[in-house]
Design a protein around this ligand. Structure first.
Ligand code: ZN
Length: 464
């Protein structure tokens, strides 16, 4: 049984999906006004751990992550440089995709951009106006929090603190200002503007996630993630907009990861303790050590980044890498030890059990290190045999489906003339010239290359 801490209920709950075996996952993506800092990556790595674990546990996951390419910050940035919003955000969008690849974060299935979904937002705002949840005020449109009695349920806001009727225009604001918030902002000098049936203007930040999540995932999601600083106002507002519009529970499980601090302090550019991934790479940090560091503290705990802590993570990852090298290269006696199978099964079961408990990474990693210790003990007394090697390596690879910290297997390639032969055979098959296709297959087999025809196309492997 998988259990997650749900911010909405404030308790650990059993995880059940809306459709058996399938997870609809939405994670708030980057606001592309700057290079993301390592605090942002802590959240994205936590989400990656969650997603990889769900895949490991056998779920199919459909993952949507938005890209905020219009909001107060992106507009300010573009104006400061005197370039278009699109030109300004393009470089940070590209940087984001490069970074997540470097950190081995699995890509989402869809990355909707706010500026490409204005129509979806307009449709939703129109619906909220029609249902009486929203109102016009001097050309802008606001969500009326008093019309939505459940407002404050996620952020645990006392209803008496609600300042209904007072308005806030900013995309981000403090919990002290629990006001009606802007869904649509009237045109302003120096801001991009869309001509829509609501009138001219641009969307607020919060409506973007409500409109784009439901566009790709339907009105109800299994899991919605973000950092704790998204809880209020962003996620609270998303719930209000989506539930008011659809009249259905928006999200079943809200998962939030805690802050990252540097040397025990909040990161800030003025304190000089602000790091992007690029800053760390420039200092020679291995991105996969950073990945391991970011994922090895439980997501609901504050994470303190220091170079010393990063060194510790590096050393503990190195223990795993050394073990892997030893298993791959050690000379072993023929045969097998039945005990290894049961050790591997137990290690995987413990690993899975740990992660099933609200992603308890410490207990999952303890299972990995316990397995390493047990095998090392047996290596020391020659109680690991040749046939056990693959079993042990497979176990390590299974862990790595979730952790993604081992060296990546180098992709084997074929010389161009062989690739040309494979293409020639494909062509022959398409033309139903099976005699030629078979002849080429045989020719390649003589060269030590086996072809397999699968539904995804032709695959090849080398015979040793
Ligand atoms: Zn969002």
């Amino acid at each position: 049984m998988i259990r997650f801490f749900n911010t909405l209920s404030g308790t650990v709950e059993e995880f059940k999906t809306l459709v058996p075996g399938k997870v609809r996952l939405y994670t708030c993506g980057p606001t592309v006004y700057d290079y993301p800092h390592i605090g942002n990556y802590r959240a994205y790595i936590f989400e990656d751990l969650l997603k990889r674990f769900l895949l490991f546990a056998g779920y199919k996951v459909f993952h949507v992550m938005n890209i905020t390419d219009v909001d107060d910050k992106t507009i300010r940035g573009a104006n400061q440089l005197g370039i278009s919003l699109q030109e300004y955000t393009a470089r940070y969008i590209q940087a984001f995709f490069e970074d997540i690849k470097t950190l081995r974060i699995l890509p989402a299935d869809v990355y909707p951009r706010a500026t490409e979904h204005i129509t979806d937002m307009v449709r939703m705002i129109k619906g909220l106006l029609e249902k009486g949840y929203a109102y016009y005020k001097e050309g802008s449109i606001y969500f009326s929090i008093k019309k939505f009695p459940a407002y404050g349920q996620l952020a645990k806001i006392n209803p008496e603190e609600l300042k209904a009727g007072a308005r806030v225009d900013a995309d981000e604001y403090e919990k002290e200002s629990v006001h009606d918030f802007a869904l649509w902002k009237k045109p302003k000098e120096g801001e991009p503007c869309w001509e829509t049936e609501l009138g001219p203007g641009r969307p607020g930040w919060h409506i973007e996630c409500s409109a784009m999540s439901t566009r790709y995932l339907g009105p109800q999601l299994d899991i919605h993630c973000g950092g704790v600083d998204n809880i209020f106002p962003h996620h609270e507002n998303e719930i209000a907009q989506s539930e008011a519009y659809y009249g259905k529970k928006f999200v079943n499980y809200w998962l939030h990861c805690h802050h990252l601090v540097v040397d025990g302090e909040k990161m800030s550019k003025s304190k000089g303790n602000f790091y992007t991934l690029r800053d760390l790479l420039a200092r020679g940090v291995d991105p996969i050590d950073l990945r391991f560091f970011l994922l090895s503290t439980h997501y609901r705990k504050m994470l303190n980044f220091t170079f010393e802590n990063l060194e510790q993570a590096k050393a503990s990852r190195q223990r795993i890498l050394d073990f892997l090298y030893e298993i791959e290269h050690r000379k072993l006696e023929p045969g097998s030890e039945p005990e290894i199978t049961s050790l591997a099964e137990k290690a995987l079961a413990d690993f899975r059990e740990g992660l099933s408990d609200d992603l308890n990474i410490s207990s999952a990693l303890a299972a990995v290190f316990e397995f390493i210790r047990e095998i090392n003990n047996r290596l020391a007394r020659n109680a690991v045999k040749q046939d056990d090697r693959e079993k042990i390596l497979n176990t390590m690879r299974e862990f790595d489906r979730v952790l993604a910290i081992l060296p990546e297997k180098k992709e084997e390639t074929l010389p161009p003339e062989i690739m040309a032969k494979i293409e020639e055979r494909e062509k022959a098959r398409r033309e139903k010239n099976f005699a030629l296709a078979d002849a080429i297959r045989e020719e390649l087999r003589q060269l030590g290359i086996i072809l397999e025809d699968t539904r995804e196309g032709v695959r090849w492997k080398k015979i040793k």
